[in-house]
Design a protein around this ligand. Structure first.
Ligand code: GLN
Length: 482
């Protein structure tokens, strides 16, 4: 098998057995990026030479010894560019390692490249990058999903073995679904956010994208855990998530939320999900209908809370401390105004305006406070549901990847892409997307994703259930035509 087609797990085994050297792996990866990335556009920056020199000192007996990992451009890696795909951070280099990166490095991994994304992780298509488009490796006329579009596209295109992304409302799971890879959003607080550039601090989580559930489990075991530098990170023990991953679903109760299966799901997606549910039954699962009654309010709630937090978090980009600064301002307020007007893209400005509005006096109670209350109701829906089921199962996205440009002038339509992913962030629970088949559209195969959700801190159960589905179906091992 070609080196670049290996999963992280297989790669680690071959390196440990001495069948492959880390140099060979990095060279194969460099060639693959050179061959595919002019089409895919996943990388904003990468450096194989430096990775090769780091590889010389790496201890191969460590859990991720010598494994190259690509990183979304909003996670700080000391000395590397960290632009969040925004003009306002052009040329900005990270002064320190995010905790997730420090953990990867001490486990022997080599972060070697920066992946494209929607500016400040705001978007569902990666079209909001200030720098470049990223294309879906299955059909380059379509979006890879977003905001971790570079992460998903590189893993799918075999130009990365695995990547880190971030998920505030679906940004790991939705691109994973559109590109045919596995993407995990951990429970809120499972992974430290220290060194992740903040978008909406009560929703953001770092998580892995890879080609198998086991690979995601391996990465989560390394990056999870308490961190004194992030007071919202949880001091709960980190199990070995790769241990005892099951291969059947006997005794498992899966809940289907009736609100998610109303109209609005593309017919290709619907038929893939129906087949997947049948397969889960054959693996021994019991499938029951459940209700998440506050689902219709999830998008509106998210689009109050996330912009509110973003408007506060993005106040720090003022031309004084970071990155871009406007030329020749007449005074300090012109410095602020012009830097922000020139440095931020239109979606980011829209969010800052929305967020500032819902937080302003007079509107705070009507919007922000009310959204917080609805958030509690959404969380309770899940608490209630998990009293009778082990996991919830549904589509990751209501449709396959859409054509580039289709939604750029219709923000509401773009926001609706996240209808099935946003609730997990509002509730703080964990969720994963695994490939479950293809839609055939215009002669192209477009991946479809199946989402499993489990209760807060139940990553082990989530990964185990997703593994049973993944290893007994062929979908995660397909390569795109690129
Ligand atoms: N698409 C959603 C948004 O635009 C979610 C993004 C994310 O998870 N970072 O906010």
């Amino acid at each position: 098998m070609e080196i670049v087609n290996l999963t992280l797990y297989e790669l680690r085994q071959k390196i440990r057995d001495g069948e492959l050297s880390v140099c060979e792996v990095l060279e194969a990866l460099g060639e693959r990026i050179a061959a595919t990335d002019s089409t895919v556009g996943a990388y904003l920056d990468y450096n194989i030479e430096r990775a090769l020199s780091e590889a010389r000192n790496v201890d191969l007996s460590l859990p991720l010894g010598g494994l190259p990992i690509a990183i979304k451009d909003n996670i700080n890696v000391k000395g590397e560019l960290c632009t969040c795909a925004s003009k306002i951070l052009t040329g900005y280099r990270a002064p320190y390692d995010a905790t997730a990166i420090a953990r990867l490095k001490s486990a022997g991994a080599i972060p070697f490249g920066r992946l494209n994304m929607d500016e400040f992780a705001m978007g569902s298509s990666t079209e909001n990058s200030a720098y470049q488009l990223t294309r879906n490796p299955w059909d380059p006329s379509r979006i890879p999903g977003g905001s971790s579009g570079g992460s998903a596209a590189s893993v799918a295109a075999r130009s990365a073995f695995a990547a880190l992304g971030s998920d505030t409302g679906g940004s790991i799971r939705q691109p994973a679904a559109h590109c045919g890879c596995v993407g995990l959003k951990p429970s809120y607080g499972r992974v430290s956010r220290y060194g992740l550039v903040a978008f909406a601090s009560s929703l953001d989580q770092i998580g892995p994208l890879a080609r198998s559930v086991r690979d995601c489990a391996l990465l989560l075991s390394v990056i999870a855990g308490h961190d004194p530098a992030d007071s919202t990170s949880l001091d709960a023990p980190v199990p070995d998530y790769t241990a005892n991953l099951r291969e059947d679903l006997r005794g498992i109760r899966l809940g289907i939320p009736k609100e998610y299966f109303s109209e609005g799901i593309d017919s290709h997606v619907r038929s893939c999900i129906e087949t997947a549910l049948q397969h889960c039954k054959e693996l021994g699962a019991e499938i029951v209908e459940i209700s998440l009654p506050h689902t219709p309010y999830a998008i509106s709630t998210y689009y109050i809370i996330a912009p509110a937090e973003a408007s506060a978090n993005l106040a720090r980009f003022d031309g004084v401390r970071y990155g871009y600064r406007t030329a020749n301002p007449a005074d300090i307020s012109e410095l602020y105004f012009n830097t922000r007007a020139e440095g931020f893209g239109s979606e980011v400005k829209r969010r800052i305006i929305l967020g500032t509005y819902v937080l302003s006096s007079g509107y705070y109670d009507a919007y922000y406070l009310r959204a917080q209350k609805v958030r509690t109701l959404i969380r309770r829906d899940f608490e209630q549901a998990f009293q009778s089921v082990d996991a919830i199962v549904c589509p990751t996205s209501p449709e396959p990847a859409f054509p580039i440009g289709e939604r750029t002038s219709d923000p509401l339509k773009m926001y609706l892409s996240d209808i099935f992913t946003i609730s997990a962030n509002l509730a703080g629970i964990c969720a994963i997307s695994v490939p479950c088949g293809f839609a055939q559209i215009n002669g192209k195969k477009l991946p479809v994703g199946l989402q499993f959700l489990c209760n807060f801190l139940e990553e082990q159960k989530l990964l185990s259930i997703a593994n049973a589905y993944e290893v007994t179906t062929p979908w995660s091992r397909q390569s795109p035509p690129i």
